[in-house]
Design a protein around this ligand. Structure first.
Ligand SMILES: Nc1ncnc2c1ncn2[C@@H]1O[C@H](COP(=O)(O)OP(=O)(O)OP(=O)(O)O)[C@@H](O)[C@H]1O
Length: 585
């Protein structure tokens, strides 16, 4: 089949939905993400409270235990310490629970999202699938979902805990000494500004790293996929240079991003240090003047760290949130792409089995965004007829086959099986009654039996052997190293082109269709295999309605009817003998 132009099927790359709408739809698609969230947030609040227990214990111990006029109050110290230890244990337990709950919820929610996206990808028409870069589709269900999971498992709750920590520590600081709190805020504002300036720079640097990873993967996968061509044309040098370049660019981007992130980190450390030093200086001065106790000063030092640390973390998490929303959008765009060839499902029709007729009424077809390639095709194929379709390259033969097998739907007109529009026929029936044997059927990396039974999952070893016998292929299967259990290799690479065709014929025979659509192979095959293919095809077609895109004269001669397609129109139709007599194309 020729695919000389790329169709412009629905564009998955753009989106206009707002962040809130994205999150709302995303959560609706993965309801597990919000199940039990209230309990998790309550536990997280407990966890946040636990963080200020130590500073408070320090203040209490120093001021009450050590600073009492009558000497050390051992009882008060012990009580404080036991209380503090209990609180630490409880909050550690809460933190663990929060972690487990978040992990469970996000894994369950994202597994649902992945499954939904994968299923939908299967429902998209072959046109939409082939017009998208496969890597990009796969990325949507893998790495894009991962960005969401990172945020869902860690980012979201960190944001809640960080904000909580900022508020609680600020309240405590205000309680101990509003004056010192002002000092903290004054030195701290520049940190916030510095971090907020550095953050976008960091974001860009990490985005560049992700892009370089994609380039590197693209270069490597092309080198693997095109290995035969690369060797045949001796262009290993160029391929290696391309990979080396991609690897080098990735290294550079990685180093650049890391250098920037250390800058952000050091800036944070610097400002935290400066704030601490200022608090210490002003606090000592205040303590000397009796305006603050020693315990409060010590507690303050702890609180300053608790206050500054989450600001850095929160900005990082906000960045992660942006990533997650972008990832969510890409997955939603995939899920929202309409399945243009849709299964009528329960409202559809089931056709009883038996000899089938095919009718096309005034069918036009254009690939998305392209010129019409079929024009006003009206055509009747009687039950059990054997039809050969012939025509020049690009005349529209394969497109006709795609319409009949419902890989695509017509732009105008109808395609009918037994008089019923095939858009109303349930997919299950269609797949039972119509089989398509392409020139190069895809073989899975499994053994021959598994590949043969692809269209007939109920087939057993015995029924597969019986089919092989009917098709006259027992000799061939017996000649294989392990008979039916012979592995065919990735995409059938351990078999010859002719042998792969034989597997496709066995597959079609086992699925036992009423209408057979065949794209006759053009690849050169050794004479012995060729004879086997011809015999097997003859037996496969016996008693069924068949359309063959014919490349051999003998196929046209043997057909009940030959249809000549020219520039998307049926220009001649009849028995080969009559067409020759009439002196046509
Ligand atoms: N996926 C596609 N997107 C856009 N245009 C396409 C696509 N596939 C085929 N075409 C165009 O449709 C026209 C008919 O193509 P089709 O594959 O049906 O011809 P064909 O007769 O089967 O050719 P061949 O014998 O070479 O397989 C051609 O002009 C082709 O360029």
């Amino acid at each position: 089949m020729s695919h000389s132009t790329t169709p412009s099927a629905p564009d998955l790359s753009t989106s206009t939905s707002s962040v809130r709408e994205t999150v709302r739809r995303g959560l609706a698609l993965s309801p597990e993400l919000t199940q039990g969230l209230a309990v998790t947030v309550a536990l997280a609040a407990l966890m946040t409270l636990g963080r200020v227990v130590v500073p408070v214990a320090v203040q209490q111990t120093v001021d009450r235990g050590l600073g009492e006029a009558g000497g050390v109050d051992a009882g008060a110290v012990a009580l404080t310490l036991v209380g503090c230890a209990t609180a630490v244990v409880v909050t550690a337990w809460a933190a663990r629970l929060v972690n487990i709950r978040l992990f469970r919820a996000s894994e369950a929610g994202l597994a649902t999202l992945r499954t939904t996206a994968f299923r939908h990808m299967h429902d998209l028409s072959v046109l939409t699938q082939t017009s998208q870069r496969r890597g990009s589709m796969v990325a949507r269900v893998t790495s894009d979902v991962d960005t969401i999971s990172q945020f869902a498992q860690f980012g979201g709750i960190t944001l809640v805990v960080s904000l909580g920590q900022i508020v609680v520590s600020a309240l405590l600081m205000a309680f101990y000494s509003p004056m010192l709190l002002l000092v903290v805020l004054a030195t701290f504002v520049p940190l916030t500004m510095a971090v907020s300036r550095l953050q976008p720079m960091l974001g860009r640097a990490y985005l560049a790293v992700r892009e370089r990873v994609a380039d590197m993967l693209a270069a490597i996968s092309e080198a693997i996929g095109g290995a035969e061509t690369i060797r045949a044309h001796h262009v290993q040098g160029r391929t290696a240079a391309r990979i080396d370049h991609a690897v080098e660019e990735h290294r550079r981007a990685g180093v650049r991003a890391h250098v920037r992130s250390t800058l952000a980190f050091s800036t944070g450390q610097l400002f935290t240090g400066l704030t601490l030093a200022t608090v210490l200086a002003v606090g000592t001065w205040m303590a000397a003047g009796g305006r603050i106790t020693l315990g409060q000063l010590l507690a303050f030092i702890f609180l300053v760290t608790l206050f500054t640390q989450p600001v850095q973390i929160a900005t990082e998490v906000l960045n992660e949130l942006q990533n997650a929303v972008a990832g969510w959008r890409r997955v939603l765009d995939l899920v929202d792409t309409p399945a243009d060839v849709a299964d009528p499902g329960d409202s559809g029709v089931d056709l009883p089995r038996g000899p089938v007729t095919l009718d096309l009424h005034d069918v036009d077809f254009a690939y998305p965004g392209g010129e019409p390639v079929l024009h006003g095709i009206t055509w009747h194929v009687p039950a059990r007829a054997r039809v050969a379709i012939v025509g020049e390259t690009g005349s529209g033969k394969s497109t006709l086959a795609k319409l009949v097998t419902r890989l695509v739907d017509p732009s105008a007109g109808t395609v009918c099986l037994d008089g019923v529009d095939i858009r109303e026929v349930r997919f299950a029936t269609l797949r039972d009654r119509v089989a398509f044997v392409p020139q190069e059927g895809f073989l899975f990396d499994a053994d021959l039996a598994v590949n043969a039974a692809v269209g007939a999952p109920e087939a057993t070893g015995a029924s597969i052997l019986a089919a092989i016998e009917d098709l006259g292929l027992t000799g061939w299967v017996d000649s294989l190293p392990a008979g039916l259990a012979t592995p065919v290799g990735p995409a059938g690479s351990s078999l010859s082109a002719g042998e792969r065709q034989l597997v496709a014929v066995i597959r079609a025979y086992l699925s036992d269709p009423d209408l057979l659509v065949l794209d006759e192979a053009t690849s050169a095959v050794d004479p012995r295999t060729d004879v086997r293919i011809q015999v097997a095809l003859e037996r496969l077609m016996a008693g069924r309605t068949s359309l063959t895109i014919a490349h051999r004269l003998s196929t046209a001669e043997a057909a009940d009817e030959v249809v000549v397609v020219e520039q998307g129109r049926i220009v001649e139709q009849g028995h080969h003998r009559d067409l020759v007599r009439a002196g046509g194309t």
